[in-house]
Design a protein around this ligand. Structure first.
Ligand SMILES: Nc1ncnc2c1ncn2[C@@H]1O[C@H](COP(=O)(O)OP(=O)(O)O)[C@@H](O)[C@H]1O
Ligand SMILES: [Mg+2]
Length: 379
């Protein structure tokens, strides 16, 4: 029998579980990445295909699709964009294949922070005051333009800062256009050094159920207002005293192992499967990948280790830590020989440790044990 393929954009660590889920559904995999030593390439099976294409290079992705699907070639059933930020590439490929997707222009608008703010404003959603032209008056009682600095078209987006707790809201519009609230996570941040550094995640969210309902309601309304009928739709929100505020939205699933490992550990929900089903044009049924189907009610956490800046010369205790009860996954992004950089953004974290427990204290206990068991030696 001829193999059918699902195209997974990206071949990084966050696509490993996506590739595995594509196999679970009986498909072969095509992965594409600009990095030809990306982690998924090593795990590919005999019939799988690696395409060495930059994830943002839409033209060459379409060219590759055309080539692969020539008479006598293979069938590509759909494209998924999970844990990687190239939703426009996915939308273009899905449009080419005639498969369910968010409109390509919407995928692009969501990917651009300035365009997204504009769209939100036009649609009437609360938007932080945004400007790219600024005048700063450092003296409140002065004359002769003293202490006044103009920043015309500085190329930055300067906006009002919302204050509150941060959360990820993941949803899906299925092949029939039906909206599925998938999950909400709590995001832990450290803002103390003037950077928005995400340090961890918790699922289920501890937001009151009425706020979670509201967050899903906003996701559905915003998705429909943008003209999204199919595919994943993820919001980054801040819950402020004045209401739920959308910082960012995108037409893909998350990249912090939320949908890959955290939520499955807490609930058994198979969000990846639901996403793949939609991409290949299959309805979500109750047996396979119903994303709202809770199989158990646990609490899962994600955290990291924060060694000082320097070169990693040794990492000890990972295998023992993996055996600790409640430790679900330990994934290192940096290895021996790599440089630990200053933690100025979330891409600098060294690892992901995901634990679970029947209660939150149990999950924290497993996290503490895992963190204490691992030693990263820095030079
Ligand atoms: N208007 C805002 N008010 C408060 N915090 C914000 C705002 N915009 C961005 N942030 C902070 O910066 C982080 C990253 O912003 P975001 O727009 O989501 O970009 P990224 O693509 O890096 O995730 C957010 O998680 C939040 O902590
Ligand atoms: Mg964000």
């Amino acid at each position: 029998m001829k193999n059918k393929y699902v195209w997974c954009l990206g071949a990084g660590l966050m696509q490993v579980p996506v590739v595995e889920e594509i196999w679970n559904l009986g498909y072969s995999v095509i992965v594409s990445d600009g990095n030809d030593s990306a982690p998924c390439i090593d795990i590919l099976r005999e019939n799988d295909i690696f395409e060495h294409i930059d994830i943002f290079d839409i033209e060459n992705h379409i060219n590759a699709l055309i080539k692969l699907q020539q008479p006598g070639g293979i069938d590509v059933a759909g494209t998924v964009c999970i844990g990687i930020d190239c939703p426009e590439t996915a939308a273009a490929m899905q449009e080419y294949l005639g498969k369910p997707t968010a409109p390509r222009d919407v995928a692009r608008i969501c990917h651009n922070k300035a365009e997204f703010r504009k769209a939100m404003k036009v649609l009437g959603y609360p938007t932080p005051t945004v400007t790219d032209k600024l005048i700063v008056k450092t003296k409140t009682e002065s004359s002769g333009s003293r202490g006044t600095v103009l920043y015309p078209d500085c190329g930055y987006l300067i906006e009002q800062r919302w204050e509150g707790t941060e959360h990820t809201v993941e949803t899906l519009f299925d092949v029939n256009g039906k909206f599925w609230p998938c999950f909400i996570t709590d995001r832990f941040f450290n803002y103390s050094r003037g950077f928005a550094l995400e340090t961890g995640l918790r699922h289920p969210s501890t937001l009151p159920s009425y706020i979670q309902r509201k967050a899903y309601q906003i996701a559905e309304e915003l998705g429909r207002d943008l003209g999204i009928n199919h595919g994943p739709f993820k919001l980054d929100i801040i819950v402020t005293e004045d209401g739920v505020r959308v910082i960012e939205a995108t037409t893909r699933f998350s990249g912090g192992f939320d949908c890959q490992y955290l939520v499955p550990a807490a609930t058994g929900k198979n969000i990846l499967r639901a996403g793949i089903f939609t991409a290949i044009g299959e309805p979500i049924c109750s047996i396979f990948g119903n994303p709202t189907h809770h199989r158990w009610n646990k609490v899962a956490l994600s955290e990291s280790l924060w060694p000082p800046v320097g070169k990693i010369v040794d990492i000890q205790g990972v295998e023992e830590a993996k055996k600790i009860e409640g430790v679900e996954h330990i994934i290192f992004r940096k290895n021996v020989g790599d440089i630990v950089e200053d933690y100025v953004d979330c891409t600098k974290r060294v690892c992901f440790i995901i634990t679970s427990g029947n209660t939150e204290p149990e999950a924290w206990e497993a996290m503490d044990k895992a963190q204490n068991n691992i030693r990263i030696v820095i030079e």
